[in-house]
Unconditional design. Structure first.
Length: 505
């Protein structure tokens, strides 16, 4: 076995686990090690206890749970999904990335907005958003970002609105909520940062988004169990990946390895190949020292130019619900805001205005009265710096405004994610930022050395959600990227089994 190629995988998120699982199911790779910086597998799939229940701090849904979605397939095979999610009917529903839940729109003036008005505005916004797909592969776009395109179109439309002034302002305020919602979807501070041309390249699968009844974390847990126990090392943050070298093991004279990986505790691992699956946020911060010799300029530029923003969750538990019993989504409208007017920048005074959507965790018999708020961008990063008490105070104040009830009891418990502060993530997920394109994603995914004729090929490979050109920002994108890099190695050694792609369950 010692003569067989040695492979290291850095990071035990879905990309790393997927790569390790596929490689370990082949006899060609008995020398496989997975190095994970934290104490657990899953990375941005992170289920945690909140009281007696499990909530998702990271990935929430399987987006497009249907046959083509490998996360859906794997989760079904492991028996982690409920009957409804697995039904044929569920798999055929097309929601275009934006599932519709029974929602109530509250405004900061303490009123519930008319569902008809909200629906009119939602239809307008989703029509405009769909139009952005038309710019894919166009040589020239009139404005660089999705945000600017939407605002330009809205400014045009407003001129034709025949509503009274108050309704006009309200419609603009509702549109502004949709802009903020879209910031959560793309994991960005502003839709002005999201590139217009490539926006339509993100691909959606059919199926009504579903959750994991026992927690998303069941998936990485099952994947981990299928790997040889001794192959996975936790608390092993990698600090440097050296490549293009000639490293020797003291105990093994004669054999040299092109790759040496060094961990924070000083331990070093030699390998023929390393698959790096660390988040783009980590690479943005560390790539200049993390990889030695440094990345070729094309790859370093891709890391700098692609977007990686923040989307966090805030869980709030209430003694009593303030929302109606059938409501599954609460949306917040600030009546004094409009996408056509520049927003204020005082984070301390107004960070909470960016939190515009709360999911009501279902079913209430199981969760009690728990809301999951989503907040993106700089306001979200600022929120991470506050104490729990400060978050509760600010949000109680907001909810009292929304309900018009100045005595509404504060939530009895809060828990939130802090993805921007997390040292091995540094944000939530990637997007194609203004100044970048899908070509940058492909450049990031290119292995090293770049010269395919190099006698020691595929020394450093790259996987992770940010390396998937059409499914970036998702768990299925992450998993597919891990499989892609495992397959790259399998085909290098061209083992007879390399075409059997079934992971060992
Ligand atoms: C999805 C969803 N979802 C919400 C929130 C977040 C994300 N996603 P990992 O980070 O998992 O693994 C890397 C590992 O490496 C990790 O364990 C590190 O500790 C380790 N590491 C780092 N440095 C290291 C070092 N130096 N040494 C050793 N180890 C090291 N996806 O499908 N459904 O509902 C959501 C959501 C709050 C934060 C999500 C969702 C994104 C996924 O979680 C994410 O892509 C994958 O888990 C990443 O796996 P990985 O292996 O690559 O990295 C048009 C258009 C728009 C485009 N966007 C639309 C899509 C919407 C995306 N939806 C997201 C929404 C939510 C709510």
């Amino acid at each position: 076995a010692e003569a067989r190629p040695r492979v290291l995988v850095v990071g035990a998120g879905l990309a790393g686990l997927g790569a390790a699982q596929r490689l370990s199911s082949s006899r060609a790779f008995p020398n496989l090690r997975l190095l994970e910086s934290t104490a657990r597998a899953g990375g941005r799939v992170c289920s945690q206890r909140f009281g007696s229940e499990v909530v998702e701090m990271g990935a929430h849904w399987i987006h497009g749970p249907s046959k083509e979605n490998p996360v859906f397939q794997l989760a079904s095979d492991y028996g982690l999904l409920d009957e409804e999610a697995m039904s044929e009917e569920n798999q055929q529903i097309e929601v275009g990335g934006h599932p519709l839940l029974p929602a109530v729109f509250y405004s900061n003036a303490g009123r519930v907005l008319s569902p008809e008005l909200v629906e009119e505005v939602r239809n307008l916004f989703s029509t405009l958003l769909d139009q952005t797909r038309e710019f894919l592969h166009m040589a020239q776009v009139s404005v660089p970002s999705v945000g600017e395109y939407l605002r330009k179109e809205i400014a045009q439309q407003v001129k034709e609105w025949t509503d009274d002034d108050e309704t006009k302002w309200l419609k603009l305020a509702i549109l502004n909520t949709y802009f903020k919602l879209e910031c959560c979807v793309s994991g960005t501070h502003s839709m002005d940062h999201v590139a217009l041309g490539p926006f339509g390249e993100y691909a959606m699968l059919p199926g009504l988004d579903c959750t994991f009844p026992g927690g998303y974390g069941g998936l990485p847990d099952c994947m981990l169990t299928s790997l040889p126990k001794e192959s996975v090392l936790f608390h092993k943050p990698v600090t440097v990946v050296r490549w293009g070298g000639s490293y020797q093991e003291e105990s093994q004279e004669g054999r040299t390895f092109p790759v040496q990986v060094e961990c924070e505790d000083g331990e070093r691992f030699l390998a023929d190949h390393v698959i790096i699956t660390v988040p783009l946020g980590f690479l943005k911060e560390h790539h200049e020292t993390f990889i030695d010799p440094p990345l070729p300029p094309r790859k370093a530029d891709a890391i700098r130019q692609l977007g990686f923003g923040t989307n966090n969750k805030i869980f709030l538990e209430f003694e009593q619900p303030f929302w109606p019993p059938d409501c599954q989504l609460i949306e917040v409208v600030w009546e004094d805001e409009s996408p056509l007017v520049e927003a204020g920048t005082n984070l301390q005074a107004s960070w909470f205005r960016k939190l515009i959507v709360f999911l009501v965790l279902q079913p209430p018999e199981r969760y009690g009265h728990v809301l999951c708020g989503f907040i993106a961008g700089k306001e979200s990063e600022y929120m991470e710096t506050l104490s729990d008490a400060a978050v509760i105070t600010a949000l109680t104040d907001v909810i009292r405004k929304l309900t018009g009830n100045p005595h509404l009891a504060p939530p009895k418990k809060v828990m939130r994610s802090q993805w921007h502060s997390a040292p091995y993530t540094r944000g939530s997920y990637s997007y194609v930022a203004v100044g970048s394109s899908g070509d940058d994603i492909d450049a990031l995914a290119q292995p090293l050395p770049e010269d395919a004729a190099d006698p020691r090929p595929l020394q450093v490979l790259f996987a992770g959600e940010a390396t998937h050109r059409t499914f970036y920002s998702t768990t299925h994108g992450a998993l597919l990227s891990g499989w892609r890099e495992a397959d790259r190695l399998l085909s290098l050694y061209d083992t007879s089994e390399s075409h059997q792609h079934k992971p060992r369950l």
